[in-house]
Write a protein that binds this ligand. Structure first.
Ligand code: SF4
Length: 87
């Protein structure tokens, strides 16, 4: 499936997600704990805004990557499902 705007694929492979996660792990001080990461992904997994199993409709980002970072938050305009972490 392609994006109408850019003709790029909107389906993100597991390989691409793994590469992003390896990139994210380069600075662990920016990352949430595994528990928080799993809890964020659980929220995304049951959210109507999750598209193609990977992408947030509101933020346009890959949730598996975005949920790793302390300073990121859920952009759901109806109800924020996970927020920034300050520590
Ligand atoms: S709206 Fe929030 S909970 Fe839903 S997919 Fe996006 S980031 Fe995840």
């Amino acid at each position: 499936m392609t994006c109408k705007g850019c003709l790029g694929s909107v389906i993100v492979s597991d390989e691409v997600i793994q590469e992003l996660l390896i990139e994210a792990d380069e600075d662990p001080s920016l990352l949430v704990t595994n528990e928080i990461y799993d809890s964020r992904l659980k929220e995304c997994g049951s959210c109507h805004a999750l598209q193609y199993g990977t992408t947030c409709r509101y933020g346009g980002f890959i949730v598996y990557y975005q949920a790793k970072f302390k300073h990121k938050s859920c952009p759901n305009p109806e109800k924020i499902k996970w927020g920034k972490i300050d520590y």
